[in-house]
Design a protein. Sequence first.
Length: 488
Amino acid sequence: MADAPTGNRPVTTWEYSPAPETSPVVIPDQTQLYVGGKFIEPHSKKRFATVNPATEAILSNIADGDAADVDAAVSAARKALKPWGKLPASERAKYLYRIARRIQERARELAILESMDGGKPIKESRDVDIPLAAQHFFHHAGWCDKLRYAMPGTREPRPVGVCGQIIPWNFPLLMAAWKLAPALACGNTVVLKPAETTSLTAMRLAEILQECDLPPGVVNIVTGAGATGKALVDHAGVDKIAFTGSTEVGKQIAQACAKRGTRLTLELGGKSANIIFADAAIDQAIEGIVQGIWFNQGHVCCAGSRLFVEESILPEVTRKLEMRMKTLRVGDPLDKNTDIGAINSKQQLAIIEGYIAEGSREGCTVCQPNHQTLPTKGYWCRPTFMTGVQPAHVVAREEIFGPVLAVMSFRTPEEAISRANNSPYGLAAGIWTEKGSKMFDVARRLQAGVVWCNTYNQFDATSPFGGFKESGFGREGGMQGLAAYLSE
Ligand code: NAP
Ligand code: MG
């Protein structure tokens, strides 16, 4: 431990011995598509590289699925639909339990691969992403033979059919689990399209599905870029699309689905408000702010990226936040001590840096610790917050999807609510107060799908998650999440 002077206050910088994860993970030079229970070559024979964003090294070459591959996958899913739906529900449940157990057994390998391919710290992939992915399969295994309770009616609810599912790069395996588990529990079959930069854990999941003897065609995985996703959305044989990603692409998908009457759920972007009242436990709130914006490098749809602080405590909160920010360790995602890993891609880093520059141009004060030397290779962004932000500033309105926090103030609960709701998004929010009546009153009036009280970024398979306004529609998780995959 050494003391490094910054400004007029000494700041502690922690020097740890490196503690990298050492289990070897074998990564194939190239991947294939998973269609009809088999690993197959992409029709075009084309591949694209996936890199480790912490080193820029090429990890593998990913099969680039085209419209013909999507067509083959949809046909396989269609063929599997009847036998899978006819299987006794208790038998279907056994497959989901098996998948959950196998994810647990291969958790270490999956966590390392997730951190290598996506850049997230191993402590997050190991303790959050992979356990939650297993939890989603366990939870939904329990639902298979209880679907009548999820959709009470005169008949047993039926599956929707063939589901096309498209996921982003910020929680690759977890998003795959969020999508697959409810669809399978309800008797649907699936074609999944992972994100271009993070396909490796999805292909390991395909191995797991094979190990679990999941009937061929029940899950098909077609890797590729945006065009592959578009081919899936445009395929006439798909009964339902479930999309998680940007609002911009979500709007295009909504148009395409509306034309054909395809069922749709959208989990899109956000610009969530984290509101700190003067009566809150400040030190705990500071941890909540850290968790809200710097978890997973801020690549979180529900990141608490707009901080609203009651005016009387603004100086104390910014001072404590700055101190706490300086203890965050940016670096090797495979090091167990790392708090902030690599930015997922060069393109995303450029977008984030663009927003930080825009904040400066708009007159905000940018606060970024610089006591730590960053690695020379890879894509890195220091944790950042901006003060002097006005609600009209670009950094207060647009989703940055990086470790950048816009700090603003308010005087009354009314003002906090109206400022928080002054956004095209409505995914999540945080409230920090010791007063229960204030907490419930504010929570009720916030336009957000999820409101966390005196905590932030808590996820559980039993709890529905989803947005309002341009953050999308439909819920994932819990009983509410099943509705999207059932028809009466
Ligand atoms: P994105 O560009 O919209 O991509 C999401 C997925 O869609 C990727 O698999 C992408 O493929 C694919 N895609 C791209 N263009 C497409 C098209 N025209 N038709 C069909 N599919 C297409 O979003 P992203 O940058 O990967 O992810 C970040 C966004 O996701 C953020 O806005 C974040 O807030 C949101 N998100 C929301 C939630 C939620 O639950 N609400 C959760 C996580 C993330 P490629 O990878 O090849 O581009
Ligand atoms: Mg990658």
